[in-house]
Design a protein around this ligand. Structure first.
Ligand code: SF4
Length: 139
């Protein structure tokens, strides 16, 4: 597992652990609750130590109802040494120099809001509930 995959794995497990501790099961009926619990508005209050943007009370992207569930975008090529975007979203860009990849560059998503929209989170949850529940059971 490379360092990009490790970060993705770490973030996913952290969010799933928090939901488990809050007693929120990963069921279809709970999707609105999961989305609410992982919103910037709620997480910045309950988990203020988890992100520098929470302390500033200023979301990383200027969009309405920003959600943090997919802080690590599922479309990110974390299995690649230098990352990349599976859907070629034009909001991303290459960043260099980057000391941790052989090419010296890394895919930078800091200007892309795609994974933070509630509609995308809802779709992702509907498609991946079984797998997420399996991971949550292991934690
Ligand atoms: S955040 Fe945007 S650019 Fe980055 S992987 Fe996701 S869709 Fe692609």
């Amino acid at each position: 597992m490379n360092h990009l995959e490790k970060f993705e794995n770490y973030h996913k497990r952290k969010i799933l652990r928090e939901l488990k501790q809050a007693g929120i099961l990963l069921t279809e009926i709970n999707i609105p609750v999961i989305i609410s619990e992982t919103s910037f508005q709620i997480r910045s209050k309950k988990h203020s130590e988890q992100c520098p943007y929470y302390a500033q009370e200023k979301p990383c992207h200027d969009i309405k109802d920003l959600n943090c569930f997919l802080c690590v975008c599922p479309e990110y090529h974390s299995d690649m040494d230098e990352g990349g975007c599976r859907i070629n979203n034009q909001s991303g860009k290459w960043h260099s120099p980057y000391p941790y990849s052989k090419s010296g560059k890394v895919w930078d998503c800091s200007d892309c809001s795609f994974p933070h929209f509630q509609a995308h989170i809802e779709q992702y949850l509907r498609q991946n509930l079984g797998e997420l529940r399996r991971i949550q059971d292991e934690i």
